[in-house]
Each structure stands twice: as C-alpha cells, then as structure tokens.
Design a binder for this molecule. Structure first.
Ligand code: ASP
Length: 353
C-alpha cells in the first residue's frame, strides 16, 4: 500500500514535471511568435512624399513649414483611415494623394508649377501591385485631381496612359471634376515662374532675385500603401518641372520610372529630375533587383539612387516592400515625407530628421 502510494506520488510528481515542461514549451513557442511579430513591420501601412529638393532649415518660414507638416499629417491620416477599416491599398493611395493635390503647398494639382508659357500641365499615375494593373494621364490641363483620372484609366479603360485632349475628354466622360487651368495657379507659383522666365531671358532680376523659390524644386507628391491583405499600391502626381517646354513629360506618369507596384516585391513612388528617373527606369529597377537579384529593399533603393547621382541627377523616393518595410530615401537636402502604421506616425522634411 505504502509502495503503491509512493508510486502514485512519484507518478504525480512526474506528471507535474511533464506538465511544467509542456507549459514551458508552449510559452517558449508563444514568446518566439510574439518576438517574430514584434520584429515584423506592422501592416497595413502608408508612406507619402511631397517632393524632394534643396529644402534646408531656415528656408521655410515657420508658418509655411507648419502648414506643410499639418498637410502631410492629414494626407497620412486620410490614407490610413482607408486601410484601418479594411480598404484597399489603391484607395488609400488615392485618398492621400488627393489631399496633397488639393493643397497649394505642393507641386501637384493646386499649386503645381507652370510651363514656360505660364500654364499648368499635370501628370499622374497609379499602379496596383495585386494584378499589375495601372493607369496614368500626362499633360492634362483642366482635370482637378489628375490622380482620379489615372485611377479611371486603370479601372475604366483598356489603356495605361492617356495624354492631353484625349485624357481630358475621357475624364469628362468619367464625370470627374473639371476646372479652369488658372485654378492651379497660386501667387507663390506665379512669382516663382516670373523669376524663372526672367532668369531664362538673362534678366538680372531673374533667378537671383531675393526670395527666389528654389525650395520647392521637386514638389511632386506620391503615396505607397500596403493593405491588410498584403496588396501594395503606388501613385504619383505632379505639375512636372518649372518652365518645361514642348509638352515635356517627366517620370511621374511613366509606369516603371516614377511609379511601380508589384505584390511580389514592393511599391515605389519617385520625385526628382524626371529625365534621369526615366533613363534609369528607377521604380522598376528597384523592383527587379528584389525579384531577380534577391536584394533587400534598402540595398535596392540605395543602388538605384546612387546610379541617379552618378548620372548627375537628384531626387528621392518612397517605398514599401511585401513585408511592410518602409523606405524614404533621397540624395537631396530634404524631402517632404511621412509614414503611418499602427505603431507609429512620422513626418519629416530635412535630411537630419
Ligand atoms: N519628377 C517630376 C518630373 O520630372 C518632378 C518632381 O519630382 O517634382 O516631372
């Protein structure tokens, strides 16, 4: 009997041991899952830019700087609100870009730069990484929100890129909001256009006039998002480069140059001297390095931005890879930028932020 009790107790002790070990193992597994999740970047997420350029401390008045930061925050919040309720990456990108297009502080939509003739020609593009569908418009002059026209080209037409009058007609047929070209003009843009024209004509009051706006050199806007299902989308919208001629079109509406998205690699939106970004095929080159070269996103963006610099170009980009890793890289003095996910929101302008 005593022996029996002893054996039972012994078994009991053994069982307890066994349970303890089991609990420990479960705990360790749980902890490692928690740890792995802690290291994984949060999804959904959105990243935006409002252009790169010679943006140095002291060049912006505190009021303008504050307005820019507030608008960037509003664009992030608007885009993230779409993702938070299970909306698509494409809808989040469009919502964020619309806020930036409507702000007079960026070179897209209202406040876009002027061509040499003193009018506005706008470009925009959007790409959906789930099916590689894409849409873009270039050289449009009366579409209030070019990013919405790009979206319609993607979803309501068999085409990818529409330009000029045809794009305008398509936008009207799609019942998009149309405006006079002067809607896009602001006093700041007009002043800086005037100075640009004077400097081009050799007028000494031209580019050297105090207060010349070199700050918003590349004020293009863009957004990249990854939604809760892991779909990635990227979009870009711009007025192009100040004083452009001959219906010049930059990288922003060119899929593969200024914009690209592929769920198997990443999404990218660029800003900078478009001619260089087109020649390198910046956005697609970054995606290709990940697809075919097995590179991580930071190495791929660094490699391509270095190549742009070697050719003499400057600018920047935002990107999100399929894991949700975010990049905001540039080789200029600053870039209006920010990102948002469940754990963090960040807005920055200068290189040292
Ligand atoms: N990339 C644009 C263009 O070349 C300019 C910009 O980023 O502001 O049209």
């Amino acid at each position: 009997m005593i022996g029996c009790i002893y054996i039972k107790n012994h078994n009991l002790v053994g069982m307890k041991h066994f349970h303890c070990i089991k609990i420990l193992i479960v705990l360790m597994v749980l902890l490692s899952v928690v740890d792995a999740n802690a290291q994984k970047p949060p999804v959904p997420a959105i990243v935006i830019h409002g252009g790169a350029g010679v943006i140095e401390r002291g060049k912006l008045t505190p009021e303008v700087e504050n307005e820019i930061r507030v608008t960037l925050q509003r664009a992030l919040d608007t885009g993230y609100a779409v993702l938070e309720v299970g909306g698509s990456a494409t809808d989040a990108v469009i919502a964020a870009i619309q806020v930036l297009e409507d702000s007079p502080r960026f070179n897209a939509g209202k406040g876009a730069v002027m061509n040499l003739a003193g009018t506005h020609e706008l470009d925009a593009s959007i790409m959906n990484g789930a099916d590689l569908n894409a849409g873009a418009v270039a050289g449009v002059t009366t579409i209030k929100n070019p990013i919405l026209a790009a979206q319609k080209v993607m979803t309501e037409s068999p085409h990818v890129l529409l330009t000029g009058n045809g794009a305008e007609q398509f936008a009207r047929e799609q019942k998009l909001s149309m405006v006079e070209n002067t809607y896009f003009t602001t006093d700041a843009v007009y002043d800086s256009w005037e100075r640009y024209v004077k400097s081009k004509s050799g007028d000494p009051r031209g580019d050297n006039t105090p207060g010349v706006d070199k700050v918003s050199k590349y004020g293009t806007v863009g957004a990249v998002a990854i939604d809760a299902s892991g779909n990635i989308a990227a979009g870009t919208s711009t007025g192009g480069m100040m004083g452009k001629e001959y219906n010049r079109i930059g990288d922003s509406p060119i899929i593969g140059a200024g914009t690209y998205a592929d769920n198997s690699t990443c999404g990218i939106s660029c800003t900078g001297h478009g001619e260089y970004f087109i020649r390198v095929g910046v956005a697609k080159e970054i995606s290709d390095q990940m697809a075919f070269g097995n590179k991580a996103l930071p190495d791929a963006t660094q490699y391509t931005l270095d190549r742009i610099a070697q050719l003499g170009g400057s600018g920047g980009l935002i990107a999100i890879d399929k894991e949700g890793n975010i990049r905001m890289d540039f080789n200029t003095k600053g870039m209006y930028r920010g990102y948002k996910h469940v754990k963090e929101t960040k807005i920055a302008i200068y290189a040292d932020e």
